[in-house]
Write a protein that binds this ligand. Structure first.
Ligand SMILES: *Cc1c(COP(=O)(O)O)cnc(C)c1O
Length: 369
């Protein structure tokens, strides 16, 4: 085994997309597979999501959209994050839907479409309050002037209008309704111009699960398709989602030490009693957060152990207790059905589970993908 073995259950991703489709009965699902599918593997995750009925795949980077096409994906794909020198020609040839947050981008898409002699599909992104991507509401009219003119010439089709929420994971937060109101204002402006929108979309995972009134035509869940609930399920069932990623390592040494024995650099942990220490061969060079020292837990033979002392570059230690069955060669589950969740890791080290799966995913054994 390499230092860390990161495995992905792609059937779980398929099932999770089915669950989300059930939740969004009137809307289609765009499975968000940006950032290498949150570390789960872009192409495999995209395929799994399609099997679960995702009509759309969503990615931030144009290169990811092109990689999906190169892998043989022929469904609808939207990409939304790029600067002025984005590969617009390749994207239009690859039949990828393009987001536009400024008149300049609409202009660039239209000019390239003219060159190519095809009509490009554009989704206008509106900043309804996130303060990130999207055209400010007060500049929407000037963007639509450019878009309507290009559409009249047959260079683009404005097929979508979309926005993204700032506080969807805090159900009831007043900004959610404020943003929804702004989004409806933007849609009304599009309607006044007789833009015949195919898809209006706003909802991420949390909004998909908590605000059915804001599903519009399409929902864009990311984290939930990997099985991580974006908000606690009031019914305690994780909304029926299954976690897709597991992360494992190996105990390489077990040894007995007396009470009062310092463990790892700086002796941040000192054995409180005579005990056995287990050495695990994975460290921060392998993606194990250094901040997990003395905080996060792992599971060995079905029992939980807290990481004892500091995480080193390529190893960490657990206190196995005075009487242990654990032996060198045993499997250590950092994250998995038989151990902690990414959400528990996130809580232990004060981050979000999104960062935990992206981090471990970056270490994913590519041959297994
Ligand atoms: C990442 C992202 C999503 C998915 O968000 P989750 O919280 O993972 O469901 C949806 N839309 C946009 C624009 C995003 O950047």
């Amino acid at each position: 085994m390499s230092a860390l073995e990161v495995m992905v259950d792609y059937a779980a991703i398929t099932r999770n997309v089915e669950v989300l489709r059930g939740r969004a009965s009137a809307a289609d699902v765009m499975a968000v597979v940006k950032a290498d599918a949150y570390g789960h593997g872009l192409v495999e995750s995209g395929r799994a999501a399609r099997s679960g009925g995702a009509a759309w795949l969503g990615v931030a980077q144009p290169s990811e959209a092109l990689a999906l096409r190169a892998s043989g994906d022929t469904g609808r794909i939207l990409t939304w994050l790029y600067g002025p020198d984005f590969p617009v020609r390749e994207l239009i040839i690859a039949d990828v839907d393009l987001s536009a947050s400024s008149p300049e981008v609409v202009g660039a898409i239209a000019a390239t479409a003219r060159d190519l002699g095809v009509a490009a599909r554009v989704h206008v992104c509106v900043d309804t309050g996130l303060g990130r991507e999207g055209v400010p509401l007060r500049e929407l009219e000037s963007l639509l002037d450019v878009a309507s003119a290009a559409q009249a010439e047959g260079l683009i089709t404005v097929v979508g209008m979309w926005s993204h929420l700032a506080w969807a994971d805090a159900p009831g937060h007043p900004t959610i309704d404020d943003q929804a109101t702004n989004f409806r204002t933007a849609l009304a402006i599009a309607q006044e111009r007789s833009l015949d929108l195919e898809v209006r979309h706003l909802a991420n995972s949390a909004c998909t699960l908590t605000r059915p009134d804001l599903h519009f035509d399409l929902v864009r869940p990311g984290i939930a398709i990997y099985g991580l609930p974006p908000v606690p399920d009031p019914d305690g069932r994780d909304f029926g989602l299954t976690r897709a990623m597991s992360v494992r390592s190996e105990v390489i040494l077990v040894k007995d030490v007396p009470a009062g024995h310092g463990v790892s650099y700086g002796h941040d942990y000192v054995t409180p009693y005579p005990t056995s220490l287990g050495l695990v061969s994975a460290g921060y060079a392998d993606g194990v957060f250094r901040s997990a020292g003395n905080r996060a837990e792992v599971s060995i033979r079905g029992r939980r152990y807290r990481i004892a002392g500091r995480v080193c570059m390529d190893q960490f230690v657990v206190d196995l207790g005075p009487v242990t069955e654990v032996r060198a060669g045993d499997t250590v589950t950092l994250i998995g059905p038989d151990g902690p969740t990414a959400t528990e890791w996130a809580r232990a080290i004060e981050t979000i589970d999104y960062e935990v799966v992206c981090r471990f995913g970056a270490l994913r054994d590519k041959e297994r993908a």
